[in-house]
Design a protein around this ligand. Structure first.
Ligand SMILES: NC(=O)c1ccc[n+]([C@@H]2O[C@H](COP(=O)([O-])OP(=O)(O)OC[C@H]3O[C@@H](n4cnc5c(N)ncnc54)[C@H](OP(=O)(O)O)[C@@H]3O)[C@@H](O)[C@H]2O)c1
Length: 246
């Protein structure tokens, strides 16, 4: 009798924020999780500790998704330790806000390299190395539809991720791999909060019909659905989890 293989998920940028919540949630759903971090080793190890304390399986793996070999490092670890990879969550991202007239090349290049390049390399590696029936969940943002001043380059990287999500979904259908994206609204993490005044944060919360900022677990629940058995026929979709802001 052969036993079922361990189902494994890679979550990029899982040392904090939304990625950490996704890693904890997928572990509770029964996945072994590769918890990726770039700089936050202690935080990633704490996420692994929480998962193990709840009876789950996880490892922390350092890799910079801006590095051409970063994603391959994560697949290597998932295959070596857990025997294969089923789910890839391309969550890691950065945001640098400035009006287009004041945006320098370094800011443009950094956001393109991480948000677009990292997700592109993740999708390319996932297309080759995920097991049949696997899932790719990309990260966009609801700012793609809001056209707010200051978000020009960041929103452009996310719009490009949405375009590739639709296309890869069609390319991978034959292997029963679904490709979807989540486009959160404002979520209370360092990425959103850093550099904003209390007044700006309050004004943003008031724009949201549900009257509050999102929490990382609000987004982790959507990823759980897209990684789980109930979304088997959901493919090539962008799910805007944003309290109704757009
Ligand atoms: N928060 C929001 O309001 C919001 C809204 C819409 C979309 N999003 C998207 O949701 C995703 C998660 O955002 P968040 O709010 O959770 O951000 P966050 O709290 O700033 O966390 C970002 C995570 O990404 C990792 N990361 C950054 N650059 C990396 C790189 N080059 N290689 C590997 N990992 C890297 C960080 O790792 P280290 O700390 O280890 O460096 C960290 O774990 C992003 O794609 C973001 O664009 C967020």
């Amino acid at each position: 009798m052969t036993s079922n293989p361990i189902r494994t998920a890679i979550v990029t940028g899982a040392s904090k924020g939304i990625g950490a919540a996704i890693a904890r949630r997928l572990a509770r759903d029964g996945f072994a999780v590769v918890v990726n971090y770039a700089r936050g080793r202690a935080e990633a190890e704490a996420v692994v500790g929480t998962i193990e304390a709840e009876g789950g399986k996880a490892i922390a793996v350092q890799a910079d998704i801006a590095d051409p070999t970063g994603i391959a490092t994560l697949f290597d670890a998932g295959e070596r330790v857990f025997g294969g990879v089923d789910i890839l969550v391309n969550n890691a991202g950065i945001m640098k806000l400035s009006p287009i007239a004041q945006t320098d090349d370094a800011s443009f290049d950094a956001q393109i390299t991480v948000n677009l390049g990292g997700v592109f390399r993740g999708m390319r590696e996932g297309a080759k190395r995920l097991r049949d029936g696997g899932r790719i969940v990309n990260f966009s943002s609801s700012v793609v539809g809001l056209y707010q001043p200051g978000y020009g380059v960041y929103a452009a990287t996310k719009a490009a991720v949405e375009a590739m999500t639709h296309i890869l979904a069609k390319e991978l259908g034959a292997r029963r791999i679904t490709v979807n994206a989540v486009a959160p609204g404002p979520v209370e993490t360092a990425l959103f909060m850093d550099g904003k005044s209390a007044a700006q944060i309050e004004a943003t919360a008031k724009m949201i019909p549900l009257g509050r900022l999102g929490q990382p677990d609000d987004i982790a629940g959507v990823v759980s659905f897209l990684a789980g058995p109930d979304s088997g026929w959901v493919n090539g979709q962008i799910i805007r989890a944003n309290g109704g802001v757009i």
